[in-house]
Design a protein around this ligand. Structure first.
Ligand code: CP
Length: 313
């Protein structure tokens, strides 16, 4: 598919959450991402669409997939990419997020990608800098590029999203991935089931148009997609679970629970995975059912699309 440098119109200056996007914004990003899929598999992956642009990656929380794919995405588009090493930065000397933002802003970046442990941190940053800001995950709030790459993976595998029944299972309470996916999958016409123990289920979740289940076999029944989530131990202030073994028994994805989903159901997980806690290790690696590797692969294409579109704002 031909890739051109034409400016693409999106309603937002920043990508802070799925909730800010219109359906045409989402379609525009996904259509643009599709164009990068074959490029990313080819021998020559380099374009010059963002030549002369400066991208700063600012990750205050650990990341493997999101940080590396944003870095690769920027480089493949020809941008100058600088990933700040937070552990060696002035933040360790007490500099605030705002002062860090003002300092970086003085260097005239064209786009900043930020991950932060505080919900709303990317919104705050976007108010302090002149360039576009892409949220790479903020606290429990949103992880918009994860939801977009999940949607692209579903479209590639199932050819549609509208009408699919999708179960999102696990630690919903602490999950920005769950929130962004609920907003996006609802917008695109899927039926969303949420499966979690009652203490990991947000109280007001039904207002987002989802069905809730505390029994996993009931929640995944007749589903086209089973999306598993990691237990976010780092966001738990007290012990939410009696044991990992008990959690696995009731809420881990095992063959007997997956049997309740449709025969051709696919398994998704944003990563990182805790094998033997939220997912059976054989199911995670089952090449006929698991699309976890494809999610990572398509993450680069989605982030290329987002960088291209938002750099132009
Ligand atoms: N899915 C996801 O955000 O993974 P990382 O924490 O490795 O970026």
């Amino acid at each position: 598919m031909a890739i051109n440098n034409n400016a693409i119109k999106i309603s937002q200056k920043h990508l802070l959450g799925i909730q800010d996007l219109s359906i045409s914004d989402v379609k525009l990003i996904l259509d643009e991402a599709k164009k990068f899929i074959s490029l990313n598999k080819s021998k020559n992956k380099k374009l010059d669409i963002l030549r002369g642009k400066t991208q700063i990656n600012l990750f205050f929380e650990p990341s493997t997939r999101t940080q590396s794919s944003f870095e690769l995405a920027g480089k493949r588009l020809g941008a100058d990419v600088m990933s700040m090493n937070i552990t060696n930065s002035a933040i360790k000397k007490g500099e605030t997020l705002i002062d860090t933002a003002m300092t970086l802003n003085a260097m005239h970046p064209d786009i900043i990608v930020v991950r932060h442990q505080d919900s709303g941190a990317s919104n705050l940053l976007s108010q302090k800098v002149n360039c576009s800001v892409l949220n790479a995950g903020d606290g429990r709030r949103e992880h918009p590029t994860q939801a977009l790459l999940d949607a692209l993976t579903i479209i590639e595998k199932k050819k549609k999203i509208e009408g699919l029944r999708i179960a999102i299972c696990g630690d919903i309470l602490h999950s920005r991935v769950a929130r962004s996916n609920i907003f996006l999958l609802n917008m695109l016409g899927a039926e969303v089931n949420i499966v979690a123990p009652t203490n990991l289920m947000p109280k007001d979740i039904e207002k987002f148009g989802v069905k809730t289940f505390s029994n996993m076999k009931e929640g995944v029944k007749d589903c086209d997609i089973v999306m598993m989530l990691r237990l976010q131990n780092e966001r738990m202030s007290s012990s939410f679970l009696s044991s990992n073994r008990e959690y696995y028994e009731y809420y881990g994805l095992t063959p007997d629970k997956l049997e309740k989903a449709k025969k051709d159901a696919i398994i998704m997980h944003p990563g990182p995975m805790n094998r033997g806690i939220e997912i059976d290790t054989k199911l995670a690696d089952d090449i006929n059912k698991s699309v976890i590797k494809e999610q990572v692969e398509l993450g680069v294409a989605v982030r290329m699309a987002c960088l291209k579109i938002f750099c132009e704002k």
